[in-house]
Design a protein around this ligand. Structure first.
Ligand SMILES: C[S@@+](CC[C@H](N)C(=O)[O-])C[C@H]1O[C@@H](n2cnc3c(N)ncnc32)[C@H](O)[C@@H]1O
Length: 209
């Protein structure tokens, strides 16, 4: 299923034209999450919106198994070329999760959720949480309202703008983070500077019986 906010053709042509557009180095968020997952003995993670895998390799190198979900076939082929064929990557939209019945002990989701509308964002967090083992951790990286692009482009709805080529972006602040994530075991929110100011959101699943 795809809808107006899910843009497979945009990502296909972006990867087709620009190839490895973010290079091969992992993001700062991925480096932080790797340390955090290692400290917390996380062994098996799901990465929705894995792209061509630049953020996956650092987890694999540290003994963490990775499964991805990615909407662009071209990005999946690039991931296989650069990082090997052993990694399972489901081809499709995160709006169609779940893709498997595996229970993961970690989720890492970088720069994806802010591309979705509010219903899709809620479903992504919910489905990721459903696939998380009790005691597991999730790390989401999301764009901040401090970004220069905030307020640019066509206004779609509160804090959501059409940034380019029909791609919509939701800009987060502490309030919207609390409202969307607090019922999923929100542990910590950190500001992190990637190519733009982002928030790193850390969650832990604790089932209270
Ligand atoms: C901003 S990029 C971040 C990529 C990757 N996390 C990285 O930094 O290397 C967003 C990624 O999510 C993918 N994507 C966008 N919408 C998606 C969706 N609805 N379902 C699955 N993947 C999606 C894009 O193809 C792209 O690879």
């Amino acid at each position: 299923m795809t809808n107006e906010t899910v843009k497979p053709e945009f990502w296909e042509s972006a990867f087709g034209e620009k190839q490895e557009m973010w290079g091969f180095e992992p993001s700062k968020s991925a480096v932080w999450a790797k340390d955090f997952f290692v400290q917390n003995s996380v062994k098996n993670i799901l990465i929705p919106g894995i792209g061509y895998g630049r953020n996956a390799q650092i987890f694999k190198e540290n003994g963490i198994a990775v499964t991805g979900i990615e909407i662009s076939k071209t990005a999946i082929e690039m991931a296989r070329k650069h990082y090997g064929k052993d990694m399972v990557i489901h081809h499709g939209s995160v709006t169609d999760m779940p893709f498997d019945r595996t229970q993961y002990d970690g989720v890492f989701c970088y720069a994806l959720i802010h591309l979705l509308d509010s219903t899709e964002r809620e479903k992504l967090i919910f489905e990721a949480y459903q696939q998380l083992l009790d005691g597991g951790y999730m790390v989401f990286t999301v764009i901040s309202k401090e970004a220069k692009t905030y307020g640019q482009g066509k206004f779609i709805s509160k804090d959501r703008y059409e940034i380019f080529d029909g791609v919509h972006m939701f800009f987060y602040d502490q309030e919207s983070i609390a409202s969307e994530f607090s019922k999923y075991g929100l542990l910590e929110v950190r500001e992190i500077m990637e190519n733009q100011p982002f928030f790193l959101i850390v969650l832990k699943k604790v089932i209270i019986l």
